[in-house]
Design a binder for this molecule. Sequence first.
Ligand code: EPU
Length: 464
Amino acid sequence: MTPHGSTDALEVALTNDVLVVHGGSPLQGRIRVRGAKNLVSKAMVAALLGDSPSRLFDVPKIRDVEVVRGLLGLHGVKVSDGQENGELVFDPANVESASTDQINVHAGSSRIPILFCGPLLHRLGHAFIPDLGGCHIGPRPIDFHLQALREFGATVDKTPEGLHLSAPNGLHGTKFALPYPSVGATEQVLLTAVMAEGVTELRNAAVEPEIIDLICVLQKMGAIIKVHTDRVIEIQGVPKLHGYTHRPIPDRIEAASWAAAALATRGHVEVLGAQQADMMTFLNVFRSVGGEYEVTDTRPPRLGDAGQEGGIRFWHPGGELHATALETDVHPGFMTDWQQPLVVALTQARGLSIVHETVYEQRLGYTEALNSMGANIQVYRDCLGGTPCRFGRRNFKHSAVIAGPSKLHAADLVIPDLRAGFSHLIAALAAEGTSRVYGVDLINRGYEDFEAKLADLGAHVERP
Ligand code: EPU
């Protein structure tokens, strides 16, 4: 069988990066999520701004963390493992320049390097940023980031090897409105404004829980940041920040991915660490399609009682799931990263489900692979929903109609990106028969120990 989605199937097939999935059994058991990938990596960058060591707990062992750790190390930040499992300690006492060749080792590996701009400009007066990586889910421009940095007074020189930035006259607070509430650009402004001279006012900012948690980190370091209503963030620059100690919010994308896996396989998964407050929108959709969940609160340890970590139990109650209509959106909307795993479960719901993707223009390509497994998903260029969207007029296939329920059958699949990859995996677990999923290593970018977690949930998977 030719792996679906492969442009050069043979090349991929020759690699050992394949997981054999014997599907058709429900996932059952308990797993734990650690600190959110999309906060942890940014908190690590923030450690550069301190004049004393920082400690971050519950750091997952994922590729993005390794990349940021490598880049921090190149810039003189000593990163060491702390006493607790998952604890990292950052010592920024000797921040120094790194050569472009050294930095370029990390070219194409992640999107986080762009967030080094502000902190490096503050610490060194200049920065070099390699080509960015990350998932191929649209062009993913960085124009908002660069525009914001220029507003602060940075000069940006784009060269074939990467971006060279400098701030000959220092960085100064500014009033700036984002054309769209971009998560990364908001973080760029925060990480730059906290030590820029004067006040910065950012309008149309993103306010995802990971951003609020980054603000908590920066506030612990000595920053003065006010989050006003209507997506306005005001930052009073300070001349000096110190280290922080922080336990990050848990990964709500990973939690929702396992929840969707439980639903698609008619299983029952308890996700320790999952937090209701950050997942409210997901939980509403989960319930409206017929999934059930129970939130368990954390019981702190007391004398004679070891306590218990809370989380959320997700399960398929039996019977049929119901179709739904949803639109992805910025917070507090339905996260774009929840979309792909949930769509696999929607292939099992009776009726027509509609998904309007309004955050990324090319995040539905993975549905082709689901169709090769027996799903019935049509993608459209029209906006199938009422949320104002930038893609309708620009001819992108960004809406999907899922007709269900469909019996999924096994297939050979090639993982295209992180979240779509996890959805391929869920589909293989839900399908009858044996699938081969190529390129699974990509999943390690964002899901810690996913193979061990699959084993804990009773999945029948193996490396050939
Ligand atoms: N955008 C621009 N110009 C910019 C920046 C963004 O046009 O300069 C556009 C993007 O092309 C996109 C939209 O704005 O259409 C939103 O992008 P955003 O900047 O919010 O995304 P990001 O910061 O690059 C983070 C997460 C993504 C998550 C999005 C949305 C990290 C490392 N990545 O990306 O997570 O989907 O926010 O919530 O935090 C993932 O974890 O798999 C992932 C892709």
